[in-house]
Design a binder for this molecule. Structure first.
Ligand code: ARG
Ligand code: ZN
Length: 872
């Protein structure tokens, strides 16, 4: 039974205050809840509750007999309640130790931990578990003093003390009204590190990061990132922190990356713990970004929350946009943009083009947890970015200020956001709003014509958007397209549109609002090469009909870094697609040496930005190529073609690669900062090319790097190379790595993932063996993602094994996992979503597995929704 946006009705009751008394016990945690309630509208008092044992119900102190309420697996309904204010009390019990779904209250390595978004609070106590019911929480936690010395919840600690029987308690009070999904409780024998931050108005905030004992020395980077994020939000958005204490807890069993509970963020420890020898540069970057993301939620998510779950993008899209901007300021802006677009294309575009396509603001769902998607998050962020592009930073800030001013303390909607932005930034967003309700990725077609006699350049653009589930027709989108014209000397021309008096900026944002539009530039003294969609100003697929030599020109000269990278990717993609086709038809592929020449030039240039060069010289992934081909995809041909091009580039540029490999070596102790990370990134891309260059030097270099590396980035890069070369070196390296790191569960995840993504034959059998390995368990989501999700989503070659063994294996795991953790199982089911891209044989095999999943008795709502929608 789907839930629909159009059925929204305001809650029938308000909860003005919540008082929780929670006595922790692994098998029987007792929750005594006192809710101060008030009727707001019509309808019965029906509270949400799941997996709870109801022990007692009272209204205004009077115990209710069983004839005055009813309970089923999802609700507690009270037949009659007093007219005015009243207090509803319930006593319930739940079993954290049996909670393998990791939603609600659970135990993870002896730590009590909660995850309430989206609908986990109802597994802790009966409640109106919806984001538009906001309340002030007071939480008293009781536990054994020895075993559970640390007791945390939201807000400020207001009381604590000893109780009889070796127990103790701490009471927390959060003065900010919040929905239940932002509630958190963490308790256990935790250690912490502490720091402080002085806000712009001069208030001192205590910062604490809690970890399992022994991990205290691995929090420095996270703490630094938190302080940078706090400062940045003050400067960029004028947002200050509002409690006296801000706490973060790192736990090893967590369904997602992290959670922004008010004043008490809970993190997957993968995004907190880091030391140079255990964390890669990518890990450091992710830690910084996610710490910032969760912190930024304090304003975009917590102070202003969502009216209902259809509005999820209101907090997620906006907060992703904010964390992207933060990273852009902390690190290289162009490189950040490139990696965000890469991510969008790798995850969101396929989602938008497949059976699970949904608008950024969906209009129906079966299980809300299935809608924490790339569309809501990443495309949602692109929508904020487009507004930012159209109005510029100053006006955008005015719009945001107005949004905070109007809606602080409220549960808001996308309309509220757009109204505030349009009033504050002075822009009409009426047509733009379609981006929130229409799914699918629009395609923009562009073509230009130069008139030498008139010195004009005419640019025509048109848009179409293919049908998506439930949406056969689309209205035209409002698409901002940043445009530049590049002269033969490689310089940008000043642009003067028809009707303008003089030439102006070299990059202009054109607004494509109809199905088609034409723009004419005047005083264009020579035939330009157009550089379109600079900075990727809109989440669209652009087809600009550029010739190969224009791409070569742009990849060398475009002043817009993003478009330089884009031109290089397009050039390489064109070559690769022709090679794939040649393999299929037995014909000959187009030969192109342009990419290799560009690499040579870049690597030998006097001044280079290593991080950017690392991005631009990397080939598009096998998944990207499959997406571009779109139907009857032949995974072997793709893998073969890509390896062939890699090898030929390596042969063509071996000397330059070797010398860059030497030059990019970073001296001195490891520093995670972007500058050094960029050098390591470039050096390791060179290594991966060298591994397939003629001669054995590449493998030898990798083996040496693996032995000598003093940091995880270089160690992993070398191990990845070695894991793809058959032979004793491979086995020795994997063994050595295992022996050294077997006690570190986060490093073991990397070890599992490297093996799961290997291109070598026999990988599936190895993955199956690894499911029995002590380093693996189905109970921990990070392990599942490291081994099984990596295999299913990142090993195109072996997941799509021609006989269907990969599909059968993953389907088995989905069903096994669904009994333990439906959320993670549903994510894994997503691996089947692109089944229509493949040839008839593979399609049939994938459909067979999907049907097997969908037809299984007792399936969770989560997996059921994904499996059936994928088949539809
Ligand atoms: N709000 C969290 C974040 O973006 C993620 C919560 C994900 N919840 C879920 N049920 N999948 O930071
Ligand atoms: Zn978020």
């Amino acid at each position: 039974r789907p839930i629909r946006l159009k059925d929204y009705t305001p809650p029938a009751f308000a909860i003005d205050e919540v008082n929780l008394d929670i006595e922790l016990d692994p098998k029987a945690t007792k929750v005594h809840s006192r809710l101060s309630m008030r009727r707001m509208g019509d309808g019965p008092l029906r509270l949400d509750g799941e997996k709870l044992k109801l022990l007692e119900v009272r209204i205004d102190g009077e115990k209710l007999g069983a004839n005055r309420y009813s309970v089923d697996g999802e609700h507690l309904t009270i037949f009659e309640v007093p007219e005015g204010d009243f207090t509803l009390e319930t006593v319930t019990s739940c079993a954290p130790v049996e909670n393998t779904a990791l939603t609600g209250l659970y135990l993870s390595s002896d730590i009590y931990c909660t995850q309430c978004e989206a609908e986990g609070f109802r597994r802790i106590t009966y409640y109106l578990d919806r984001p538009d019911v906001m309340s002030v929480f007071r939480t008293r936690i009781v536990a054994d003093e020895k075993k559970v010395p640390v007791l945390l919840s939201n807000g400020n600690p207001v009381a604590s003390g000893k109780l009889k029987g070796g127990k103790h308690f701490v009471e927390w009070h959060d003065p900010f009204r919040k929905p239940a999904y932002l509630f958190a409780l963490v308790a256990g024998d935790l250690a912490h590190v502490e720091d402080k931050f002085t806000t712009m108005s001069g208030r001192e905030v205590t910062l604490r990061i809690f970890v399992e004992k022994g991990n205290e020395d691995r929090c420095d980077y996270a703490m630094g990132a938190l302080k940078r994020a706090m400062k940045w939000d003050e400067e960029a958005f004028g947002r200050e922190y509002d409690l006296d204490i801000f706490m973060i807890v790192a736990v090893s069993a967590f369904n997602m990356g992290a959670m922004e509970n008010k004043g008490l963020n809970v993190f997957n420890d993968k995004y907190i713990l880091a030391l140079p020898d255990t964390a890669t540069d990518a890990d450091y970057a992710a830690i910084e970004a996610i710490i910032a993301h969760e912190y930024f939620h304090n304003w975009t998510g917590n102070r202003i929350t969502c009216r209902d779950w259809f509005q999820l993008c209101l907090k997620e899209g906006l907060t992703v946009f904010r964390d992207q901007e933060f990273t852009g300021d902390m690190r290289s802006r162009p490189v950040k943009r490139i990696s965000d677009v890469r991510l969008l294309r790798a995850h969101q575009f396929p989602e938008d083009g497949g059976p699970l396509a949904h608008p950024v603001r969906p209009d129906s769902y079966i299980e809300i947890n299935n809608f924490y998607t790339a569309t809501v998050y990443e495309k949602g962020a692109e929508l904020c970015r487009m507004i930012h592009t159209m109005v510029g930073p100053k006006r955008f800030r005015k719009g945001m200020d107005l949004y905070f001013e109007r809606h602080d303390g409220e549960a808001a909607t996308v309309e509220n956001f757009l109204d505030a932005l349009s009033d504050g930034a002075k822009i009409d967003l009426t047509q733009f709003k379609r981006w929130y309700s229409q799914s699918g990725t629009p395609e923009v077609l562009a073509s230009g014509r130069y008139d030498a006699a008139r010195k004009t350049y005419t640019l025509k653009m048109s848009q179409v958007c293919a049908p998506t589930p439930g949406q056969p027709m689309k209205e035209p989108y409002h698409i901002p397209v940043a445009v530049g014209l590049v002269g033969a000397n490689g310089r940008d021309m000043k642009l003067q549109l028809d009707g303008e008096e003089k030439p102006g900026a070299t990059t202009r944002v054109l607004h494509l609002t109809e199905r088609e539009g034409t723009w004419r530039f005047r005083n264009v003294t020579e035939k330009p090469v157009p550089s379109l969609l600079r900075g990727f100003t809109a989440p669209v697929k652009l087809n600009a009909h550029l010739k190969e030599r224009d791409l070569v020109f742009l990849m060398r000269h475009d002043s817009d870094s993003f478009n330089r990278w884009e031109a290089a990717q397009r050039y390489a993609t064109g070559l690769l697609l022709s090679m794939v086709e040649a393999r299929a038809s037995g014909g000959t592929a187009r030969k192109g040496t342009g990419f290799g020449e560009m690499i040579r030039d870049l690597l030998t240039a006097k001044k280079i930005d290593p991080d950017f060069v690392a991005q631009i010289i990397a080939l598009p992934s096998e998944q990207t190529l499959a997406q571009m081909i779109g139907r009857d995809v032949d995974v072997d041909a793709i893998h073969g073609a890509r390896e062939e091009l890699r090898a030929s580039i390596a042969a063509q540029t071996k000397d330059e690669l070797l010398s860059a490999y030497e030059r990019m070596k970073v001296d001195g102790p490891y520093r995670p900062e972007a500058e050094d990370a960029g050098r390591r990134a470039l050096r390791n891309v060179c290594l991966s090319y060298l591994a397939v260059a003629p001669g054995k030097d590449g493998a030898a270099l990798a083996a040496a790097q693996f032995r000598e590396a003093d940091n995880m980035t270089d160690s992993i890069a070398a191990l990845t190379v070695l894991a793809n070369i058959e032979g004793p070196e491979r086995i020795a390296a994997l063994d050595a790595f295992y022996k050294r790191w077997q006690k570190n569960h986060l490093v073991m995840d990397k070890w599992l993932a490297i093996q799961a993504t290997s291109a070598l034959p026999g990988t599936l059998d190895e993955v199956k063996r690894l499911t029995q390995h002590p380093a693996f368990t189905m109970k921990n989501p990070n392990k599942v993602r490291a081994l099984i999700t990596s295999f299913a989503s990142m090993n195109q070659l072996h997941f799509h094994d021609a006989k269907g063994a990969g599909y059968a294996f993953v389907a088995d795991k989905v069903l096994e996992l669904d009994k333990l953790n439906p959320q993670v199982a549903a994510r894994l089911t997503g691996a089947f979503r692109s089944w229509r891209q493949f040839g008839p044989k593979r399609r049939k095999l994938m459909v067979k597995e999907l049907k097997r999943i969908a037809g299984t008795e007792g399936l969770s709502r989560d997996v059921y929704e994904i499996a059936t929608k994928t088949l539809a």
